[in-house]
Design a protein around this ligand. Structure first.
Ligand code: FES
Ligand SMILES: [Fe+2]
Length: 338
C-alpha cells in the first residue's frame, strides 16, 4: 500500500497559503451558469478559490470575467447579481464599462494627470461547457476543453445533453474539514458499503463493477443503478470541481470545494435538470444527495479531527480502490513543486 500525503498538510495555514497561490490562483474553477447572465449588462460575483471574480455579459453578448477587485483601493466591485450598463464600485463609485475599462472616477477631473488607461479591471479567462461557466485566474495554460477532456463525452454517453439542462437551485454547504479531505472522500466508494447504506442499496458499488478512471487533470467514477434503471457518474476536475449525475431523468449537479481555512471548506452545488424531470423526482434526488452528504460530513469531520491529532504522520491508500486519491495527491504534489 502506498502512503497518503503527510497529515500535517491538512491543518497547516502556511500550507494553505501555498495552495492558494499554487493551486487556486490557477486552474479552471466552476463559477456559475449562463442563466445568471442571460442579457447584456447582467452580472454576478463568484470566486475561484479565494480570488474574487465578476462574471458579466457585455453589450455584444459576450461573457467576460474580471478579477473583482477595484483598481482604486481594492473593494469588490460586483457584489450582487443584477443588470446595469456599468460596473460601479460601492466604495468611491469608480465606474467601469462592461468591458472592464475605467470610465469615471469622481473628482478625478480635479487631479491633474489622472489617467484611467491602465486602470481597467483585470480580465480573467472564462470558458463554458454548455451552461456551465468556468473561470481561471491564470492568464496562461491549457484551455478548459483540454483540462476537462473526456467529461463532456462521458456525460453525453450517459444521456446528458448539457445544453438541454436548466438550472433548478443552488445548495450551499460548509464542512469542518480541510478541502483535500473533502475531495479525497469524494474520490473513493470504498467507504460506500459501510457509510452509505441507502446509496449502496440503490447503486452497485461492487469493486468489479464500480469503474474508476483517471485522465491528466480529472478522474471519473461510473456505476449502475441496481434496479437496472440508469447509471451514475461522478467526475472530479482539478483542482476543486465535482460533477455528479444520478440515475433517473436528465440531471447534473456541479460545484466547487473552497478552503476558507485549513480546517474548513465551503462550497455549493448547482442542480440542473432536463425540463421533463417532474418536481417530485427532483425533490427525491436532492433529498437522496443530502442524505449522502450528511453521511459524508460525519466522515470528513471525523477524519479532520483524527489527522489534526498530529501523532501519526500519514495514512495508507489501497492501490486499486483508492487510486483516484493517489492521482489527486500526485496533482497536489506536482502543484507544490511547480
Ligand atoms: S475602492 Fe473602488 S472606488 Fe475606491
Ligand atoms: Fe461518501
Amino acid at each position: 500500500m502506498s502512503e497518503t500525503l503527510p497529515w500535517g498538510w491538512y491543518s497547516d495555514s502556511e500550507r494553505l497559503e501555498r495552495e492558494r497561490s499554487a493551486i487556486f490562483a490557477r486552474g479552471w474553477q466552476y463559477a456559475g451558469h449562463t442563466g445568471q447572465v442571460e442579457h447584456a449588462g447582467d452580472r454576478f460575483a463568484a470566486r475561484a478559490g479565494h480570488v474574487p471574480v465578476a462574471v458579466v455579459r457585455d453589450q455584444d453578448g459576450e461573457l467576460l470575467a474580471f478579477l473583482n477587485v477595484c483598481r482604486h483601493r481594492g473593494a469588490e466591485v460586483v457584489r450582487e447579481s443584477g443588470n446595469r450598463n456599468t460596473l460601479q464600485c460601492h466604495y468611491h463609485a469608480w465606474t467601469y464599462g462592461l468591458d472592464g475599462s475605467l470610465i469615471a472616477a469622481p473628482r478625478s477631473e480635479r487631479e491633474p494627470g489622472f489617467d484611467p488607461a491602465g486602470l481597467s479591471l483585470v480580465p480573467l479567462r472564462l470558458e463554458t461547457l454548455g451552461p456551465l461557466i468556468f473561470v481561471n485566474p491564470e492568464p496562461e495554460g491549457p484551455p478548459l476543453a483540454e483540462v476537462a477532456s473526456g467529461i463532456p463525452e462521458a456525460l453525453a454517453a450517459g444521456g446528458i445533453d448539457l445544453d438541454a439542462l436548466a438550472f433548478d437551485r443552488r445548495i450551499d454547504y460548509g464542512l469542518e474539514a480541510n478541502w483535500k479531505v473533502v475531495i479525497e472522500n469524494y474520490l473513493e466508494c470504498y467507504h460506500c458499503p459501510t457509510a452509505h447504506p441507502d446509496f449502496s442499496r440503490a447503486v452497485d458499488v461492487h469493486p468489479d463493477r464500480y469503474e474508476l478512471e483517471t485522465a491528466d487533470w480529472s478522474s471519473s467514477q461510473h456505476a449502475r443503478a441496481r434496479n437496472g434503471d440508469g447509471s451514475c457518474q461522478f467526475h472530479f476536475l482539478w483542482p476543486n470541481t465535482r460533477i455528479n449525475v444520478f440515475p433517473g431523468g436528465p440531471n447534473l449537479s456541479i460545484g466547487p470545494a473552497v478552503p476558507s481555512g485549513p480546517d474548513r471548506t465551503e462550497g455549493f452545488f448547482d442542480y440542473f435538470f432536463g425540463s421533463e424531470v417532474p418536481a417530485e423526482e427532483r425533490e427525491e434526488l436532492i433529498a437522496f444527495d443530502a442524505q449522502v452528504g450528511a453521511e459524508d460530513r460525519e466522515l470528513v469531520e471525523s477524519v479532520q479531527r483524527g489527522m489534526r491529532s498530529g501523532l501519526v504522520e500519514h495514512g495508507r491508500l489501497l492501490p486499486a480502490s483508492e487510486r483516484l486519491i493517489a492521482h489527486f495527491q500526485s496533482l497536489v504534489r506536482d502543484a507544490y513543486s511547480a
